[in-house]
Design a protein around this ligand. Structure first.
Ligand SMILES: Cc1cc2nc3c(=O)[nH]c(=O)nc-3n(C[C@H](O)[C@H](O)[C@H](O)COP(=O)(O)OP(=O)(O)OC[C@H]3O[C@@H](n4cnc5c(N)ncnc54)[C@H](O)[C@@H]3O)c2cc1C
Length: 347
C-alpha cells in the first residue's frame, strides 16, 4: 500500500489552504495504515511549494514543472496527474477537491484502470485497508466504504482536517518528465466578479440566508425590494458573511423579475441546493421548511428572523428564533456594525 498526495500550486506558487487540509488528512491516513506516502506537485515552478511542506513526512516529492501546468486545462492536468500516479506507483491517490482536480480525477482513474470517488469527507483504516466517508442522497445518508480496485483516487472535501502547519525545509524533489503535444486549449484569463460582488464565501464564519419574505408585501401593504437589496448588500459588506438563499427567492430571480439581482441558483441552500459549512447561520424572511433546512446540516449555531412564530425554525430547526420584522432588525444590525467599524482602529 502506498499513497500519493496530489496538489497543484496557486498562481503565486504557494499551496492553497484546501491543499494543506488534504495533506493533513493524507498524513493521518498514512499513519493509520502504517504506510508511506509521496507528494506529487504540478505547477509552473512547484519547487518552493515542495520546500514549504518538506517536513510533512513524505518519502518522495515528485514534481511536474512548466508554464503549461500553471493553468487549469483538462489535457495538461490529466496528463500530469497520470504521469505522477505512474511514477509513484501509488495504489491510493488523494487530492483536494478543487475544481481542477474534480474535473480530471475520474478521467485519470479511467486511464489507470482504477476508480475515483469525489466529495470524500473522511478517511480511515479498517483491517489495514483504507476506507472513506462520504454523503449520499443529497447529504441525507452518510456511508463509510472501501473498494478493492486500485489505484483508488479520492477528491477530499475542504475542511475535513486542520490545514497542515509544519516547518519548511529542503525537499529532494524528483522531476517527472512529461512531454505533451501542444495544447489545443489556450487559457487567456479569468472573468470573475469583483471581490465585493462575490457573495459566496466558503471561508466566512457566518452564512446569511435570505428568503422570499424580502420580496413579499409588508405590514403597510407595500413591496420593498429596493430597501431589501440595500439592507442585504450593506450587511454582506459589513459582515463579510456568505450569502445563501431559499429556492423560492432564487426562482423569482430566474423568472426575470427584478428581485435581488445578485442572487442566483448558486446561492440556493437545501435539498436541491448546496449544503455549506459555516460556524453560524442567520436566516431572514424564510419559513424554514425541511427541503431548505436540510441544507443547514453543517451549520453550527442557527438563528432565524421570521414574522411567523409558528414557522419551521420554531419547530426545532433553529437554536434561536427572533419573531420580528427582518427589515427593522437588519437596519439596526447594520447601524451597529457601521458604528463598530467606525470606532475600530482599522476604520
Ligand atoms: C422537491 C423539493 C425540493 C426543494 N428544494 C429546496 C431547496 O433546495 N432549497 C430551498 O430553499 N427550498 C427548497 N424547496 C422549497 C421549500 O419547500 C420551500 O418552498 C422554500 O424553502 C420556501 O422559501 P421561503 O421560506 O423563502 O418562502 P416562504 O415559504 O414564502 O416564506 C417566507 C417567510 O418570510 C417571512 N417574512 C415575510 N416578511 C418578513 C419580514 N419582514 N420579516 C421577517 N420575516 C418575514 C414569512 O413569515 C414567511 O415565513 C424544495 C421543495 C421541493 C418540493
Amino acid at each position: 500500500m502506498s499513497t500519493l498526495f496530489l496538489a497543484h500550486t496557486e498562481p503565486d506558487g504557494t499551496l492553497a489552504k484546501a491543499a494543506l487540509e488534504a495533506l493533513a488528512a493524507t498524513i493521518q491516513l498514512a499513519e493509520a495504515l502504517g504506510a508511506p506516502f509521496s507528494v506529487g506537485l504540478i505547477g509552473e515552478n512547484p519547487g518552493p511549494a515542495a520546500h514549504s511542506i518538506a517536513t510533512c513526512g513524505a518519502t518522495r516529492f515528485l514534481t511536474i514543472t512548466g508554464p503549461e501546468f500553471s493553468q487549469a486545462r483538462y489535457a495538461t492536468d490529466a496528463a500530469a496527474a497520470e504521469a505522477l500516479c505512474r511514477a509513484s506507483a501509488a495504489t491510493l491517490v488523494t487530492a483536494p477537491a478543487t475544481s481542477r482536480w474534480n474535473r480530471v480525477l475520474p478521467g485519470v482513474a479511467h486511464r489507470l484502470g482504477g476508480r475515483a470517488d469525489s466529495h470524500v469527507t473522511g478517511l480511515g483504516a479498517s483491517n489495514g485497508q483504507p476506507c472513506v466517508t462520504r454523503w449520499f442522497y443529497r447529504q441525507r445518508m452518510e456511508a463509510v466504504f472501501t473498494r478493492s480496485t486500485r489505484p483508488w483516487l479520492l477528491a477530499l472535501e475542504g475542511g475535513i482536517a486542520a490545514a497542515w502547519q509544519g516547518a519548511a525545509g529542503t525537499a529532494n524533489a524528483e522531476a517527472v518528465a512529461l512531454t505533451i503535444p501542444a495544447p489545443r486549449t489556450l487559457v487567456t484569463g479569468f472573468e470573475a466578479p469583483a471581490a465585493d460582488q462575490q457573495t459566496i464565501r466558503p471561508d466566512a464564519d457566518l452564512l446569511f440566508v435570505t428568503g422570499a419574505g424580502w420580496t413579499k408585501k409588508q405590514a403597510d401593504g407595500q413591496i420593498k425590494v429596493a430597501e431589501a437589496e440595500t439592507l442585504i448588500r450593506d450587511f454582506l459588506r459589513l459582515s463579510r458573511s456568505s450569502l445563501g438563499s431559499t429556492k423560492s427567492l432564487v426562482d423569482l430571480g430566474g423568472e426575470g423579475q427584478s428581485v435581488l439581482p445578485f442572487l442566483s441558483h448558486l446561492n440556493q441552500v437545501g435539498q436541491t441546493g448546496s449544503t455549506p459549512r459555516h460556524a453560524k447561520g442567520l436566516s431572514t424572511c424564510c419559513h424554514g421548511e425541511e427541503p431548505h433546512t436540510v441544507g443547514w446540516r453543517f451549520i453550527g449555531e442557527r438563528r432565524a428572523i421570521s414574522l411567523d412564530a409558528n414557522c419551521g425554525w420554531a419547530r426545532g430547526k433553529a437554536d434561536i428564533l427572533y419573531v420580528a420584522d427582518a427589515f427593522a432588525v437588519m437596519a439596526q444590525v447594520n447601524a451597529l456594525l457601521t458604528q463598530a467599524a467606525e470606532s475600530s482602529p482599522q476604520g
